[in-house]
Write a protein that binds this ligand. Structure first.
Ligand code: SF4
Length: 696
């Protein structure tokens, strides 16, 4: 009973938003409706929640919820409400028509990294077994896939190496390209805990973020120069004898080649490329290299680049060369953006991966999964393309039909004009969502599906800790789970026997077996164990296994030779060249009140009140005053934002947050250039100019 005598139940679960995955209770009233949130003393967050977490519950019974399928046979018509039967039958008829006329690969599926892992597993299986298409990918391509690629190359495993709690024991913490205070607010408790113990803090970021303001060293480098900076830091570490030669000799390959590469990056060269004093490179090298235990954590700031994988590798190289791996307080991590950013790519919705993070090109993995799914090995499609590449294929009419689940590319993909054109070119488009997102509003069919509070399932947080979300209320009448919709579509496509899942538990049990034997092994994780423990880090190969919170203990990696494979990296400039017409660097990012494309948080009153609209952050040297209308122009578009004038940004940069749709969309300005290895877009830097505008 609470103060005004409303009977309530507290359902333990986790926040649906970022990759910290804070524990929370949802408050459920006597009618079974979610009406509030309570802090939960889970060991991830110790009862703390940020503004997004405190307001997340408001979306569950929000008046904007979709409660009936929407359908139109042409984009010229308005939507009308349709029965589930009609919406499902129409979708399947369109799948059959398009695939009969243009081949199976003419139909694609795009998933999302805010889905529970069970649903991400189903997205991959649905694409390959029901749609029989190679074209499946997900919006995690816009998140941390470059870090994933670097981890695989260096360590043979795709996850952060250390739990958050290890941060508390470090002597030196390096944060690269992460606005932790706004994007992962509750994670700052670990930073402050380390600081209380006397840990030094280094922040590498073109903007003086809240965390950067408190740092011992803030390296305000130019966006797009990270590889040059970290190569140069390693150059100084070597020069000053701060490497751990015993660790390097015993646990690495590629050290001599790496040494030769970074020899060409003296601090003077980095200073020139990065636009920083050369002495800062030396200060960082000494502080990090001489610490007894040092850690580096990074996020999209260094990952959203055409050399995103390589940027991450330069950080891995630094940690490894100084022997900072596999120990409490010493290691390496990447902070996931979406709630299930880590788990979302582990079980098959990424175009090149099968369940258990196995490569779809690996003959043994193909044999295993096709047998497990009961299909001929030859029927299992080959690897497809990435999310942005699929949009280009839509423009070329190579992909003519699409189902989107839990994503909003009209706001989240770069170069909006290209994205809109790609989707407009589709013959058929269906979207699953619980609100009418900008992307759903462009579809032929919209399936109304559950929020995270109306189903159960697991997510893996930024530590690779698998946590269980619990169902707090029944969905509104007319709403179904994504699982139910995929199974119904599969039944109509003639493979219902392979999609006989009454709920998430049955999907999870299949996922556990599908992942068993892989590096990404979930077999030992069960719902019951998660409920008892509060979370288990994978790999967890059997029911008695405690999970693996810390990787690389004893210096051992997941490559067959158990060594770190050091990789050489040469810096190259960003894709969009600067010139007299476009002299500034535009960088984009998040703000504390909003989540990704804003489809959820732009509807929640307190968050909208806190941050109602985007802005352009500019250095005072440009002569604008706060609130002045400023036109930001790139080679792809031109939009007007009010100025936020601050010395916290470099004079040669402009910053726009990306949670809003066209015509105030940061992503109408960004470039759709991709990292050739991970296919992550270069959101964090493109060339722009600014001009006074007559109006906002
Ligand atoms: Fe949710 Fe992340 Fe905020 Fe925690 S820090 S409450 S997980 S948005």
């Amino acid at each position: 009973w609470h103060a005004n005598q409303v009977k309530q139940t507290l359902v333990p679960t986790h926040c649906c938003f970022c990759g910290v995955q804070c524990g929370m209770y949802l408050r459920v009233d006597e009618h079974g409706k979610v009406f509030g949130v309570e802090p939960r003393n889970h060991d991830i967050n110790r009862s703390r929640l940020c503004p997004k977490g405190l307001n997340a519950y408001q979306q569950v019974n929000h008046p904007d919820r979709l409660t009936a399928p929407l359908l139109r046979r042409s984009r010229d018509e308005p939507f009308r409400e349709a029965s589930w039967e009609e919406a499902l039958d129409f979708t399947v008829a369109e799948v059959r028509r398009i695939q009969a006329e243009h081949g199976n690969d003419a139909f694609g599926l795009l998933g999302g990294a805010s889905l529970f892992s069970e649903k991400t597993y189903l997205v991959g299986k649905f694409a390959r077994v029901a749609l029989k298409t190679r074209h499946v990918d997900y919006n995690g391509r816009l998140c941390m896939v470059s870090a994933a690629g670097a981890n695989k190359l260096a360590f043979g495993i795709d996850r952060a190496a250390n739990p958050f709690a290890d941060i508390l024991q470090t002597d030196c913490l390096l944060i690269a390209g992460s606005n932790v205070g706004e994007c992962f607010p509750v994670m700052t408790q670990y930073l402050w805990g380390a600081r209380d113990r006397g840990a030094r803090l280094i922040v590498v970021d073109p903007r003086e973020t809240a965390v950067a303001r408190t740092a011992d060293i803030h390296v305000a480098l130019r966006s797009g120069t990270d590889a040059a900076f970290f190569n140069s830091v390693l150059h100084v570490v070597i020069r000053e004898g701060l490497t751990d030669e015993a660790f390097l000799a015993e646990h690495t390959t590629g050290w001599e080649e790496l040494k030769a590469t970074v020899a060409a990056y003296p601090p003077q060269r980095a200073a020139e490329i990065c636009g920083i004093p050369d002495v800062q490179v030396e200060q960082v090298a000494r502080m990090f290299g001489s610490a007894r235990k040092a850690m580096a954590w990074h996020a999209r700031g260094i990952e959203h680049h055409t050399q995103g994988v390589e940027n991450c590798l330069t950080v891995i190289n630094l940690c490894t060369a100084t022997g900072n791996l596999g120990k409490p307080g010493a290691g390496y991590g990447t902070i996931t953006g979406q709630g299930n950013g880590q788990g979302g790519r582990e079980h098959g919705q990424k175009s090149d991966l099968l369940p258990g993070g196995r490569s779809i090109n690996d003959p043994e993995a193909r044999r295993w999964i096709s047998e497990f799914w009961g299909i001929e090995e030859a029927e299992l499609p080959q690897a497809g393309t990435s999310m942005m590449e699929m949009v280009w294929q839509m423009q070329r009419q190579e992909i003519r039909g699409l189902i989107g689940i839990c994503n909003n590319p009209f706001v989240s993909l770069p170069n909006y004009a290209v994205v809109k054109d790609g989707y407009d070119t589709l013959d058929f488009h269906a979207q699953f969502d619980f609100f009418l997102s900008e992307t759903a509003a462009n579809a032929h069919v919209v399936f109304p599906v559950t929020t995270w509070a109306e189903d159960e399932g697991v997510m893996a947080n930024a530590e690779a800790r698998v946590v269980k979300h619990n169902k707090a209320q029944d969905p509104p009448p007319g709403v179904r789970t994504d699982t139910w919709v995929m199974c119904e579509l599969a039944r109509r496509l003639g493979v219902g026997d392979k999609f006989d899942f009454p709920g998430s538990r049955e999907v999870f049990d299949e996922l556990r077996v599908a992942s068993s034997g892989s590096v990404n092994d979930y077999f030992g994780i069960t719902y019951e164990r998660l409920e008892q423990t509060g979370g288990i880090a994978w790999p967890c190969p059997d029911l008695d296994h405690p999970g693996t919170p810390r990787l690389f203990e004893g210096g051992l990696t997941y490559h067959p030779d158990r060594k770190v494979h050091l990789q050489t990296v040469e810096w190259h400039p960003p894709a969009d060249p600067y010139d007299e017409q476009y002299p500034l660097r535009l960088t984009t990012g998040r703000t504390v009140a909003h989540f990704l494309s804003g489809n959820q948080t732009r509807r929640l009153g307190a968050l909208v009140e806190q941050t109602p609209r985007p802005w352009v952050e500019l250095h005072p040297s440009h002569g604008y005053r706060n609130g002045d209308p400023v036109r930001v122009t790139t080679r792809r578009g031109s939009e007007v934002f009010p100025a936020l004038v601050t010395e916290a940004i470099r004079p040669d940069h402009a910053f726009v947050p990306y949670h809003w749709p066209f015509p105030t969309s940061a992503n109408a300005l960004t470039i759709d250039a991709l990292d050739p290895r991970s296919k992550i877009p270069e959101y964090k830097v493109c060339a722009c100019r600014i001009d006074p505008a007559p109006e906002v």
